[in-house]
Design a protein around this ligand. Structure first.
Ligand code: DGL
Length: 393
């Protein structure tokens, strides 16, 4: 088995060494143009042999370290992300075919910090078409992705998926080639194993890395360098893999605060910026951001979303004109709660960290929700818990 794995990685390394280190710019431009259409088509470039009785997975490859390549065996920081193609990724892990039939589509091949909204929109449309359309033939979707913004795509999948089949988002912290002990092949196998398993249904989008499964709604990157970076600090992991076997700690459940939205008729996500909070800031870039065309702003406040007094004048003035501002916490764990005194003009992000608050605000604006509806989508469910009176139903 070890010899087999080494052979697979060697095959992959050979294939990659012949590939250019980065996709040409023209190729990226055409990918982006294609992805702005409201309807999406499958462009399957890899199809495994079919084994009867096995489920069928669609792997949507987007780039990142899991598709990265390094000339050095020890490099985990300065390698090139988004190099290896989806067919090579799949063929490097033949064990995938023991758990599933697999089709692969290359949606992009980029580092995830450069992923445009149009690609994220395309991913949710592809996943919904593959899994939830009346004639859907796939049993699960796996998205391979750079870890830096993986939680943003995974959250978007979670709140836009229209059926109970699994979407699993996976990445790696060590490039798929040229690195001792890469976690890429095993993470891909575990992601496909998870997406193929019937117990993964009705749990929304999941993030799988390093033997653990967490719900995309809560899961986030917590460490810049180490392999055990994805965590869901308060709710915890919901499942794990022992060798190649998946188990869940509890029966299927959805995040309490989650609502789902249908983006099938949305052609673009409006621009929403995040402004970072720090000691004494007056969020001086707020008016520049609005003048630059942002349709909403998320304030990554300090602590539980606290905002310095010096910033409130401009914030209140913008909100009075109907400009939506969401107050979140740069701590990433914990809540910015509704009803916090002095902050009425802002919408509380609740348990959503700034990047997830941004995605939710973009989705709500894309669906032309009113400011009251936007406030209710962020605050309503948490507020119902906070305003609960003992003895009431
Ligand atoms: N910058 C990266 C990305 O998000 C590579 C890091 C990673 O995937 O872990 O694509």
């Amino acid at each position: 088995m070890l010899a087999h794995a080494l052979f697979s990685l060697a095959t992959l390394a050979t294939a990659v060494s012949a590939a250019p280190l980065a996709a040409p710019l023209e190729a990226r431009a055409s990918t982006l143009a294609a992805s702005s259409s409201s309807n999406v088509d499958f462009n399957i470039t890899y199809s495994s042999n079919r084994t009867e009785g096995l489920p069928t997975m669609l792997i949507l490859a987007t780039g990142g370290t899991i598709a990265g390549s390094s000339a050095s065996n020890l490099d985990s920081t300065t390698y090139q992300a988004g190099v290896v193609g989806v067919g090579q990724l799949i063929q490097a892990v033949p064990e995938l075919l023991n758990v599933s039939n697999v089709d692969g589509m290359q949606v992009s091949n980029i580092a995830s910090e450069s992923m445009p909204d149009s690609v994220v929109l395309k991913l949710t449309k592809l996943a919904n078409k593959a899994l939830c359309a009346p004639n859907a033939t796939f049993d699960g979707v796996v998205i391979t992705h750079g870890t830096d913004t993986l939680e943003e795509t995974a959250f978007t999948m979670d709140v836009t998926l229209q059926c109970d089949k699994p979407v699993v988002v996976v990445g790696a912290m060590r490039p798929s080639t040229g690195r001792l002990s890469s976690n890429s092949p095993n993470n891909l196998l575990q992601a496909v194993t998870t997406a193929s398993h019937p117990a993964s249904r009705n749990r929304g989008a999941l993030i799988v890395l390093n033997d653990r499964v967490c719900q995309a709604y809560y899961c986030e990157k917590t460490q810049a360098n180490t392999v055990d970076t994805f965590d869901s600090p308060e709710p915890g992991y919901i499942g794990a893999l022992l060798s190649d076997k998946l188990f869940y700690y509890s029966t299927a459940a959805q995040p309490t605060f989650k609502q789902t939205f249908d983006l099938s008729n949305v052609t673009a996500l409006p621009d929403v910026d995040i402004l970072y909070g720090y000691q004494g800031t007056d969020f001086g870039l707020l008016n520049a951001t609005i003048a630059d065309g942002a349709k909403g702003v998320v304030l990554a406040g300090t602590g539980a979303g606290s905002i310095p007094a010096a910033a409130l004048h401009d914030i209140d003035a913008a909100a009075a004109k109907g400009f939506p501002l969401v107050r979140s916490s740069k701590i990433n764990v914990g809540a910015a709660v509704p009803g916090d005194a002095g902050y009425d003009s802002m919408i509380a992000g609740g348990l959503l960290n700034p990047v997830k608050s941004r995605r939710l605000l973009q989705i709500l604006l894309a669906l032309n929700k009113t400011n009251d509806e936007i406030r209710d989508a962020f605050e309503g469910k948490l507020d119902s818990y906070l305003s609960y009176k003992p003895g009431s139903s």
